[in-house]
Design a protein around this ligand. Sequence first.
Ligand SMILES: [Zn+2]
Length: 318
Amino acid sequence: MSLFGRRNDRYRSQVKLFITILMLVMVMTLATISFAVFFKPDGTTSLSNIISSEDKATDNSYTTSETPITEDTNSDSTQTTVTVPTKVPTAASAAVAAKRKASSENSNPSTSDASYEQALASLPAGLLEKVKIAIDPGHGGMDPGSLHGNLLEKDLNLAVALQLGNMLEDMGINVIYTRKTDIFPSLKKRAQIVEDSGADFFLCIHHNATDDGPVWEGTETHYQIGGSPAGVMDDKKFGRYIQEEVVNALGFTDLGLVHSPNMVVLKMTSMPAVIAELGYITSDRDRAVLTAPGYAKKAAIALKKGIIRAIAAKFVHS
Ligand SMILES: [Zn+2]
């Protein structure tokens, strides 16, 4: 064998060794990835689940802005289908905690605001008979709103609204409903009913949902107009009373007041108006409260207290 041939043989064996080492490295890498994908400690066994859970964790940052999470924006058709993942991303938990902390700082009414009992006692005889409150139970008919199994938002909204309306009427207040049965008036129609009624306050009742998983929970109140001078009632001041009473009565996490300039029912009405998102249908914790016996009555009492405090603030203390 020539010198060249021996060199060629040595070259071949070096290439073989290199290829063998390369293959070994590739096999080990593949084995490591497979282990991570198929034997994740929380029981997740597909790569797509892992990717989506990471996406969920980062996507949650959008809710820390003033972008509303709710389904009602500019559209008249507000059907939401919710899928409920079984995993709880830890980064999302941190985001909820941060939002909770930040929002609770802006939702506390000033200490000069009267409590419900003080507000009620301050009302002159005959005032409530002159007050008109408009109530909008969100969704209805073909639009279930948020849902979880056979728990439909439209039914919860209506149950709370009817209880609230009865309580207010028992106190002598005039109540206007956008719906009292399982029908779907358009958002424009609802706003028109309320605007035509000349109501003093307008309360939309909703329940929240997200497809980001069961970690999202709590109460938030959406308003359009805030920052009016002292003594002038606006959406945000009205919203503070509603938010505080609901959080106190039902123990939901306080997600605070959310500025939502694009909600049709808020844009098209002129009186102080808010959308109360009472709790998350997709949250295990909130759902336990929402499905407990007497929930609608409890929620209605909280909303009634918020409304009476707002009435006193507008007509008596201003
Ligand atoms: Zn809704």
